[in-house]
Write a protein that binds this ligand. Sequence first.
Ligand code: HEM
Length: 294
Amino acid sequence: QLSGTFYSSSCPSALSTIKSAVSSAVSSEARMGASLLRLHFHDCFVNGCDGSILLDDTANFTGEKNAAPNANSVRGFDVIDTIKSQLESKCPGVVSCADIVAVAARDSVVALGGSSWTVLLGRRDSTTASQSAANANIPAPTLSLSGLISAFSNKGFTAKEMVALSGSHTIGQARCTVFRARLYNENNINATFATSLKASCPSSGGDNNLSPLDTTSPTSFDNAYFKNLQIQKGLLHSDQQLFSGGSTDAQVNAYSGNAATFKTDFANAMVKMGNLSPLTGSNGQIRKNCRRVN
Ligand code: HEM
């Protein structure tokens, strides 16, 4: 139901407007590309790609921003607001917040060196959000391999697609609080890597100190993430689970040996993620402000 040409007559400059705003945000701060990619994932895994993650909490509305996986963690809202206000002046009431997030994720990956994909368009914005669904559906970094496989299988993804999508951790940063236990309690971690991380992630305190998910090239969308896993330099417990003697080791080896295959599989899996339960037709609305319902 979504279409690659959805805005060609109603807002012909929509895609170029998003692309230039993303490229300027990523050139001021490369990490923003990672943050915008993650925003799309956390939107889509919670009742579909419907912009629900963008809704602010109010006195009588609890949204997804303060769900455990998002609070003090998900970012990029200001970039989405900037794009939305540019599009509202060019084509008022036409381009959904959910589509802006989907295109911004693609443009972010491309800006950092990944392969492009065609973003199908025409998603509409939700009038609701669900903090409990965010807590239940966004995978936690404490999951085991089988937990990761089932979290993605619940959304229709194969284990191979889960591994490809996890390759998004080739960019961006994580807080000490989400990987501390791995540094201090796990054995399948490179000792030198663990020692150097402990300097900024002590056994107590420093919860918000950041480290790159890909220690080698944190602002390049390449296959270094998979090479790191082979030498036990995965940052999150969940990252290293993909290469821990289980069923996904072979896929990690394949992506480690072939960046082009990884980028193509990633792009195809992102198209599939972007198609998760969109609101179309007369469902939902086109928000004027991504932070609140009309
Ligand atoms: C496989 C299951 C996954 C788990 C358990 C997971 C977990 C996490 C955690 C804990 C962080 C750090 C958050 C923080 O410290 O504030 C993170 C960051 C990130 N995740 Fe994932 N994630 C997963 C899959 C994905 C997928 C599928 C994508 C995108 C398609 C993605 C994109 C990112 C990006 C780009 C960052 C860095 C964000 C930034 O620097 O702002 N992750 N993830």
